[in-house]
Design a protein around this ligand. Sequence first.
Ligand SMILES: [Zn+2]
Length: 272
Amino acid sequence: MPELPDLTVVAEELAKRAAGRIVLEATAPAPILVRATPEEVASLAGTGLGAARRRGKFLLLPFDRDGRTERMLAANPMLAGRFWLLGDSPKVRARTGLRIRFEGGGELRYVDREMLGKLYLVAPDGLDAIPGWSEMGPDADDPELTLERFRERIRRHPGELKSLLRNSRFVAGIGNAYSDEILWEAQLAPLRRRSTLHPDEVDRLYTAMRTVLADATERVRNLVPPNIEVQHREFLKVHLRGGEDCPRCGRTLRQIGGDEATTFCRSCQPPF
Ligand SMILES: [Zn+2]
């Protein structure tokens, strides 16, 4: 699942390489992925793609006309959705949710192997209509999310740390992979309850969150472009590495759960 580092870099690449392109034609080959009518999708023709950005686990693409944003595409790729920036390539793969051809050649596509992602096409002031949008907490890398604000927010969110980090009402942009990385870095057990944390542990969690995400974003920036459809995770230290040695203490990493696995070190991340 693309998380904050992945989507940040995709947004940066799209802003760098596709902003300013004029839409020649927009279609939804697999309309079930798009929360808009075929007419609304087609009406993107003639608009210019603005600078993409990320919010939480959404990628936001503005479509501008006459100097103002006319429509906003908010894409939540869920498990397996990917954007592709292509030259002229007529063959359309199965499970292509959106196809945007540009004047002068080239196109942007959204392809979703699992068909679980959602693309919303809304008015620029219509983002609040997207389920979960208005309740979303600050981005986990938001400069305004200071340690002080983090301490304040975490008081209002009880429960297990792994779920807490993945809860976009608390902080936005973190999923299954990076929550494991952050908790290992902070040396806190995933099933610890927030109510058991000492103040210094809360501070450690904040520092780990910021460090892990900043480091990962930098790594992804060096690995992903120009192929924005590829996800790189090979540098992760613990996530899905159950059975391997802990990079900190050398003991065997444990893994629980199936598809949504949690990996941790029982020695570095004691359960109390
Ligand atoms: Zn360890």
